[in-house]
Every structure is written in structure tokens, then in C-alpha cells.
Design a protein around this ligand. Structure first.
Ligand SMILES: NC(=O)c1ccc[n+]([C@@H]2O[C@H](COP(=O)([O-])OP(=O)(O)OC[C@H]3O[C@@H](n4cnc5c(N)ncnc54)[C@H](O)[C@@H]3O)[C@@H](O)[C@H]2O)c1
Length: 305
């Protein structure tokens, strides 16, 4: 299969690329390298350094992709709050450019990387795809707009694009500045023998899902008739417990430093994975400790002296 992976030089995208290459697919990565790096892209894949804010017709005409995994994004919530127009240029207009070029060139299905945490807002229980949405940042609003464009393209042109609402993804190659870099920050602190900060009471929970599971879910969405799916574990992990597990895995003996709560930070965020299990046959299988260990091993192997 000829696959195009936008954002394939980034954290999650590069794992999607690896999973496609492992299947023997023909992979082209399109990435501006704003955040992603050449080192993240295996040499078996072609890398096009391009920006999704610019026209993409020549790329689609040349590659004729049968599947498009759209992971290029401005993925930093704080940047979106500071510069909402810039965020929307990539996350809304860039997504429309990908959808429009794919349609006009008769390309295959688009699988779009959306977000659970930034779309559902505060959760009383694991969020279902049918729950009300309440984005609390320009990033969340832009991702929701992207989903609506996919839905609308499906209706208007009888397509079968899929949006995946990822939980807090963690694993090797994560940049600590991304949307959900807390694992990278904690293990990075342990590696540097520094004390990380825990904001507020530390009881905030998130649904941490390992990047290998996320890549598997992303490939697994191909062939579905179209829709929106949560990609998470259904389990909540508090920040305090996460640092405890990071200490265990890294052997750090340091305590975290308490810091004032950050205004607007979500108290609970967790995704109900039942629809993806039912319709995509997807289940997250990597346990937290196992995923943290793989991430720690990568940090140790790649640390700069
Ligand atoms: N990391 C998470 O926990 C998480 C959670 C939910 C959703 N997501 C989504 O998953 C996707 C991948 O996230 P990630 O964590 O790997 O982030 P990342 O920043 O590592 O990857 C995004 C990639 O997009 C590229 N990019 C940015 N702007 C671009 C542009 N205008 N044109 C072309 N390329 C551009 C970057 O260089 C980078 O390689 C994003 O869409 C993100 O919103 C991530």
C-alpha cells in the first residue's frame, strides 16, 4: 500500500511510519520539521519537507496515496492559547488542505489524529464519543473543527475518513514540550537527577496510552466505514502516582516539588475505549510500567552527555 504520513517525523507519526514499514508498505512522510526531526524517520521511508499550510496538490498527484495518516499539527496547547491564529492555520486550514487534496486526487482514506483530553474537557466518568464536547483551548476547538470537516467530507463526497481521539500518548521519541509531555518531563528529570514539579494537589488524572498501542489503533482504523473513536485505556492515573511509577522505573530517589495549581488545568480526563474495541477491534495492551520502562530505556540510550 502507498501511505502518506503527515507529521511522520514527529513523536506519534514516526511510530505510525515504523508500523507501516514493518508491514511492508510504501511510506512517504510529509513534515515541515517544525518539531519533528530527520532522525525520527527511518531511511526506508521517503521524507518530503513540506508545510501543510501550503498547497499540496503536487504531492498527492505524484504519490497517489491509498491511505493518508494525518498527524501533522501544532500540538502544543499553550502555544494555541498564545497564538490561536497560528494554531488554526496548521490545525484547521492545514487539515482542510489535506482533505481537499486527497479528494481532488482520488486518494484513499484519511485517518486524522484528534484528541480526547482537549475536546471533552472535565470528565465525571470515562468520556464516550456521544458525550457533549467542551474544548477549553484553541487547540481543542481546532481539532474539533478538523473532525467536523472529516464528517462533512464523508457526507458530501461519500467518503470514509476516521477521526481518532487519542488519550495522553507517551513513549520513546516524545518531546517534553508537546501536548502531553508529562511522562517525558518526569523521566527526563529523573535522568538529569532533578526534582520534577507537581502542580496543585497531584490528584489530576489522565488516560496514559502507550505510543505503540496508538500506532496500532491508527493503522487499525483503515478500512472502517468512517467515524470518531477514542483511543485510550479507560484507566485514570494521577500525576502523583505517575511520578511514583517513574521513580520506580528510573530508580530515582528524589521527591517531586509541589507547585501552585495551574489555572484551567483539567481535574479528570479519561476515555471510554468501548467503541474502538467493538468496531475497530482495538484494545490498549501495554501496561503503564511496561510503557514507562520502554520510554526510560530510550531516554537512557539517547541521552546527550
Ligand atoms: N501527544 C499526545 O498525547 C497527543 C494527544 C492527542 C492528540 N495528539 C495529536 O497527534 C498528532 C501527533 O502529535 P505528536 O505528539 O506526535 O506531536 P509532534 O509535534 O511530535 O508531531 C507533529 C508533527 O507535525 C509537524 N508539523 C507541525 N506543523 C506542521 C506544518 N504546518 N506542516 C507540516 N508539518 C507540520 C511537526 O514538525 C511534527 O513532526 C497531532 O495531531 C496531535 O495533535 C497528540
Amino acid at each position: 500500500m502507498r501511505a502518506l504520513v503527515t507529521g511522520g517525523a514527529g513523536f506519534i507519526g514516526s511510530h505510525v511510519v515504523d508500523a507501516l514499514l514493518a508491514r511492508g508498505d510504501d511510506v512517504t512522510v510529509l513534515d515541515s520539521l517544525a518539531i519533528g526531526t530527520r532522525e525520527n524517520v527511518k531511511s526506508a521511508a521517503d521524507l518530503l519537507v513540506r508545510d501543510i499550510r501550503e498547497p499540496l496538490d503536487d504531492v498527492f498527484a505524484e504519490i497517489e496515496p491509498e491511505a493518508i495518516f494525518h498527524l501533522a499539527a501544532q500540538a502544543d496547547v499553550r502555544v494555541s492559547v498564545e497564538r490561536p491564529v497560528e494554531d488554526a492555520e496548521t490545525n484547521v486550514v492545514g487539515t482542510i488542505r489535506v482533505l481537499d487534496a486527497a479528494r481532488r486526487h482520488g486518494s484513499g482514506q484519511v485517518v486524522f489524529s484528534s484528541t480526547g483530553g482537549a475536546i471533552y474537557g472535565e470528565c465525571d466518568a470515562p468520556a464516550k464519543e456521544t458525550d457533549a464536547v467542551a474544548p477549553l483551548s484553541p487547540y481543542g476547538a481546532a481539532k474539533l473543527a478538523g473532525e467536523e470537516y472529516l464528517r462533512m467530507f464523508n457526507r458530501l463526497y461519500d467518503l470514509n475518513h476516521v477521526s481518532l481521539r487519542y488519550g495522553n500518548v507517551y513513549g520513546p521519541r516524545q518531546d517534553p514540550h508537546g501536548e502531553a509531555g508529562v511522562v517525558a518531563i518526569f523521566l527526563g528529570a529523573a535522568n538529569g537527577n532533578e526534582q520534577p514539579r507537581i502542580y496543585g494537589d497531584g490528584n489530576q488524572t489522565r488516560d496514559y496510552v502507550y505510543v505503540g498501542d496508538v500506532a496500532r489503533a491508527t493503522l487499525g482504523a483503515l478500512g472502517h466505514e468512517g467515524g470518531v473513536f477514542n483511543v485510550g485505556t479507560g484507566r485514570e492515573t494521577s500525576v502523583t502516582y505517575l511520578w511514583d511509577r517513574c521513580r520506580q522505573v528510573s530508580g530515582s530517589e528524589l521527591d517531586a516539588v509541589p507547585a501552585p495549581a495551574r489555572p484551567g488545568e483539567l481535574g479528570r480526563s479519561v476515555l471510554d475505549p468501548a467503541r474502538a474495541a467493538r468496531e475497530l477491534g482495538f484494545q490498549a495492551i501495554v501496561e503503564l510500567d511496561e510503557g514507562l520502562r520502554a520510554t526510560w530505556d530510550w531516554i537512557r540510550a539517547n541521552r546527550k552527555e
